[in-house]
Design a protein around this ligand. Structure first.
Ligand SMILES: [Zn+2]
Length: 68
């Protein structure tokens, strides 16, 4: 299976969505172990996602963006 297929699954996994048809979590983990490119890619996506979540959370709670 090509990397793009797994990357769709990784995105779904990080977003908390169900994995696309034809990809199991086990396959995803196996691919990540074997593919440093996808591992790096998923780490970057996760970091980006966390940063966005953090920003949205802070905005929603009305707390200042920068601590004083
Ligand atoms: Zn890959």
């Amino acid at each position: 299976m090509p990397c793009t297929r797994y990357r769709t699954a990784i995105t779904a996994h990080i977003e908390g969505d169900p994995l696309p048809q034809g990809v199991t979590e086990e396959e995803l983990v196996t691919h990540l172990t074997a593919c440093p490119d996808c591992t790096r890619w998923s780490k970057r996506l996760r970091a980006l996602r966390e940063a966005t979540d953090d920003l949205l959370r802070r905005r929603r709670s009305g707390a200042p963006a920068k601590p004083v």
